[in-house]
Design a protein around this ligand. Sequence first.
Ligand SMILES: Nc1ncnc2c1ncn2[C@@H]1O[C@H](COP(=O)(O)OP(=O)(O)O)[C@@H](O)[C@H]1O
Ligand SMILES: O=C(O)C1=C[C@@H](OP(=O)(O)O)[C@@H](O)[C@H](O)C1
Length: 162
Amino acid sequence: MGVGKGSVAREVIKISDYMSVDTDDLIESMENRTVKKIFEKEGEAYFRNLERKVSLWLENCVDNTLISTGGGFYKQKNLKSIGIVVFLNSPFDKILKRIKSHSNAAKKLKKRPLLNDLKKAKELYKERLPEYKALADIVIDVTDKSALECAKELLKKVEEHA
Ligand SMILES: Nc1ncnc2c1ncn2[C@@H]1O[C@H](COP(=O)(O)OP(=O)(O)O)[C@@H](O)[C@H]1O
Ligand SMILES: O=C(O)C1=C[C@@H](OP(=O)(O)O)[C@@H](O)[C@H](O)C1
């Protein structure tokens, strides 16, 4: 949620041969409505089911691609079969500061149903942090680095991992 997945992915595709896809974008186009609307109208379980459909497609059909996922996608059982898992890490308060300092901040916050209640969002972050770390093949600390710096580090670490 707001750690910079999209921004880093855009830099990666500029400086490498990778293509990138974003699971939330795929879901929005499958449903022809926003993630926010899907949560509002159908609830979270319905959304997670769509993530499952996407995860199976990614596992079976997608290679050589940087996949940005929504913050809860890591719960998909086949995550590790999809590819190398990269965790972009930063303290909760730094992530929030970033989102808030963006000129489009209010809109960005609104788009993220689980960020609407900041106390709950912080609890979710605390709960997920050890799970993210346990699943990650690569961890990148994105604090105080530009998206381009993060992209370069990501490509280097992926190459070393392969
Ligand atoms: N490395 C960075 N340094 C400063 N701000 C950043 C960086 N990466 C992203 N941002 C800003 O943080 C916010 C969230 O970034 P975004 O790429 O949309 O995150 P995500 O895809 O993880 O939700 C945006 O306002 C973006 O401009
Ligand atoms: O953390 C989560 O469970 C979610 C994060 C969102 O994506 P971002 O991480 O890109 O904000 C989006 O998939 C949905 O609102 C659920």
